[in-house]
Design a binder for this molecule. Structure first.
Ligand code: ATP
Length: 298
């Protein structure tokens, strides 16, 4: 199995923030969604992968090539779209397309035209006169039409209206029809990550809390509702992320659901009335709160 990227022991410090000893892989052909609160380190990770920032320690390989040694070859084959990237406001989209295709032989002019229609953009419009959403879509068009093998997207749908968001998400899903292409995207839209990603990575305060296949990650988490006189010690079980009491009612959010856990809870006196899956949004909030409760600030 080829890897779209691999990080081993990667760290980057921007005092007081530090991305710490990060080990992370993405198999080729997959889409990874990266979630985390503001300042968790998502953009830093994307910038490290694209060679815009150098790590303090560790090893980074992108498309099986070492970075930064092979960054010229890597940059030909990856595409980074991030809101802080500058387009030339005095120039049109057509000018940008012409400019970029001179440097990227894989530029796909027919696909660029297709995306222009899909994103409802005009080639002759100067970018300074575009709305925020139009500029986001223009940047995505310019990145996607290069047909990069690894697409790195920093909050690709922020500020887009629901129609534009749907078009962008469908365009991303199309990218993966070619099984050699891969995507890493960060997003605060947990529903989008839940819908689109094969793998979910969770960054918190510069630490990777988890990264795994979406189905197994979502499957591990459950919301349990019931009654009973559970001891306070249950709250400290590693599987239990949250225990709340409301009158005689108990609500537990567990991060590692299993038959053995249910038996232990039953032995503690839990009379279960509901055992439900959790959305990524609920898992996100519960994880951040349990980190805060354990003394890790958000
Ligand atoms: N070039 C830089 N110089 C100094 N500090 C930086 C720099 N880049 C990032 N940081 C700091 O690193 C931390 C992580 O920032 P980063 O942009 O990676 O977070 P993020 O998860 O993308 O956040 P958001 O969701 O708000 O976009 C922040 O505390 C930020 O201030």
């Amino acid at each position: 199995m080829n890897l779209a990227f691999s990080l081993r022991g990667v760290s980057k410090r921007y005092d007081p923030f530090e991305l710490q000893a990060l080990d992370l892989d993405l198999p080729e052909g997959q889409i990874m969604g990266l979630v985390g609160v503001n300042g968790a380190g998502k953009t830093t990770l994307l910038r490290l992968l694209s060679g815009l920032t150098l790590p303090d320690t560790g090893r980074i390989e992108v498309l099986q090539l070492p970075m930064p040694e092979q960054q010229v070859r890597v940059k030909q084959q990856i595409g980074l779209a991030s809101e802080d990237m500058r387009l030339y406001g005095s120039q049109s989209l057509a000018w940008h397309m012409d400019f970029i295709q001179r440097f990227y032989p894989a530029w796909d002019a027919a696909y660029a035209q297709h995306l222009m229609q899909r994103f409802d953009l005009r080639a002759d419009q100067k970018l300074a006169g575009c709305s925020h959403g139009q500029r986001v879509k223009a940047l995505l068009l310019l990145t996607l039409a290069r047909r990069p093998r690894l697409l790195l997207l920093d909050e690709p749908t922020t500020g887009l209206d629901p129609i534009a968001r749907a078009e962008v998400l469908e365009a991303l899903a199309d990218v993966l029809q070619d099984e050699r292409r891969s995507v890493l995207f960060s997003s605060h839209q947990t529903q989008e990550v839940e819908r689109l990603a094969d793998r979910i990575g969770f960054l918190h305060m510069g630490r990777l809390l988890s990264c795994e296949d979406k189905e197994s990650y979502l499957g591990r988490w459950r919301r349990l509702v019931g009654q009973g006189a559970l001891s306070d010690g249950v709250q400290r079980w590693p599987e239990v992320a949250q225990l709340r009491r409301s009158g005689s009612l108990l609500e537990l959010r567990v991060r590692d659901h299993s038959e053995a856990l249910m038996q232990r809870l039953g032995a503690e006196g839990l009379q279960l009335s509901a055992d439900e899956p959790m959305s990524l949004e609920e898992i996100f909030v519960t994880t951040v709160r349990s980190q805060q409760a354990a003394g890790v600030p958000a």
